[in-house]
Write a protein that binds this ligand. Structure first.
Ligand code: NAD
Length: 379
């Protein structure tokens, strides 16, 4: 029998790693799911709802953890939590493996098999396990909703007897998963939407959502996508041309949502102070790259900056601000992942350590950091 523990998250994180729906499905696989009392409360999942789907509610975190085979978390757990599990247990979470290396080493030292959900390979079989996509999609939605709330004007065009209210203009910078949802949301609200990216594949996606594509489309742009589907860092010459184009376009925008990221690098700085100062008072920028220093020069993580009447929001956990949906989707990502590790007939743990999905996410095992991207350089 496989025992799965779920404990509450730290303060400021309303998400939780299991939903009543995933508890039902894990229980049907023969697992015992132990949930710390109150762990789902901030995602509106009551203990009674979990219990009704077959979970055992543990009075404390240590009771939930004791002897479990698997621990599911949103964020990296403390070594003390992991030490309470069965030796060599599996931990699946958004581990932020590049942050706090001593902390990661200490966690690895527990001997647990640490699996970083954000390392999930982006192959079609693993799409249902892709936490970056499930959470970025909600972040893109919430960014536009938050911008609309701060923007003290109407978004859609309204023709009334007293006169016409013009439609607001929204500009989405970076058209990955978050950007696509931001475009769709801004369109639904009735904004006139434009978007930019350096990957040529996004041009058609932007058009199909009814938005206008704005980009420097030179030879470098045509080569800007890696085989893995990500953006490449652009040359200085390209960045200069891109900045000129953005400077002209951004002046007329009411809402700007930035989502531009390049894996393993600092986010590109796309909005300068001068660009912010060229915008109309009352305009809003929501910078989704805030956690990693931002796409806008003036962004401060989790703070609201007002410059010349332009508000710049730098939220770092927007998915967490729609916790019911974020937890439901995250829990489903974990369920799909666990389904590959549980033998349905024997109802036991059966991990295929050679599986691309396991190899891709496995950060540490048997006390050692094993992921290639976390080895010392030159090793
Ligand atoms: P991301 O979060 O790494 O980056 C967000 C966007 O920023 C990307 O579209 C990127 O091109 C853009 N960007 C980077 N530098 C820029 C610059 N200087 N100016 C403007 N834009 C810039 O990306 P993501 O959301 O993880 O998605 C990346 C791609 O992977 C997308 O095509 C997405 O559809 C694809 N994807 C595939 C799978 C799968 O096959 N399983 C899953 C998820 C995403």
């Amino acid at each position: 029998m496989v025992t799965i523990a779920v404990t509450g998250e730290r303060e400021g994180e309303p998400r939780v790693a299991a939903s009543p729906e995933t508890v039902r499905k894990l229980t049907a696989l023969g697992a015992v799911v132990k949930i710390e009392a109150g762990a789902g409360a901030r995602s509106r999942f009551t203990d009674a709802a979990y219990e009704a789907q077959g979970a055992t509610i543990a009075a404390s975190a240590s009771e939930a953890l004791a002897g479990a085979d698997i621990l599911l978390k949103v964020h990296r757990p403390a070594p003390e939590e992991v030490k309470a599990l069965k030796p060599g247990a599996i931990v699946a979470a958004i581990l932020a493996p590049f942050d706090d290396r001593p902390g990661l080493d200490a966690l690895a030292g527990t001997g647990a098999a640490l699996m970083a959900m954000e390392f999930m390979p982006r192959i079609s079989r693993a799409q249902s396990m892709d936490v970056l996509s499930s959470q970025a999609n909600l972040a893109g939605y919430k960014a536009v909703i938050d911008a609309a709330a701060v923007f003290g004007q109407a978004i859609p065009m309204m023709m009334t007897a007293a006169g016409t209210v013009p439609a607001a203009k929204a500009f989405i910078m970076g058209v990955g998963v978050a950007g696509l949802q931001a475009i769709a949301t801004a369109r639904r609200l009735g904004a006139i939407v434009s978007a930019t990216d350096v990957r040529p594949a996004t041009k058609e996606q932007v058009a199909s959502l009814g938005a206008k594509f704005i980009a420097v489309e030179d030879e470098e742009f045509r080569q800007a996508q890696t085989a893995a589907g990500y953006a490449k860092p652009m040359s200085e010459a390209y960045q200069k041309k891109q900045a000129e184009l953005i400077a002209t376009h951004i002046k007329a925008q009411d809402i700007v949502v930035t989502t531009a990221l390049i894996p393993g690098r600092p986010p590109p700085k796309l909005i300068s102070r001068a660009m912010v100062e060229s915008m109309k008072p009352g305009s809003v920028i929501v910078d989704l790259a805030a956690e990693r220093s931002g796409n806008c020069e003036l962004t401060r993580a989790d703070e609201t900056v007002v410059q010349n009447g332009v508000t710049i929001l730098g939220p770092t956990n927007l998915a967490g601000e729609v916790p019911v949906n974020a937890s439901s989707l995250y829990a489903k990502n974990l369920l799909a992942f666990l389904e590959t590790m549980i033998d349905k007939k024997e109802k036991t743990l059966k991990v295929d350590w050679d599986d691309e999905i396991i190899k891709g996410t496995l950060v540490a095992k048997d006390g050692k950091i094993v992921h290639p991207s976390l080895q010392p350089k030159g090793a």
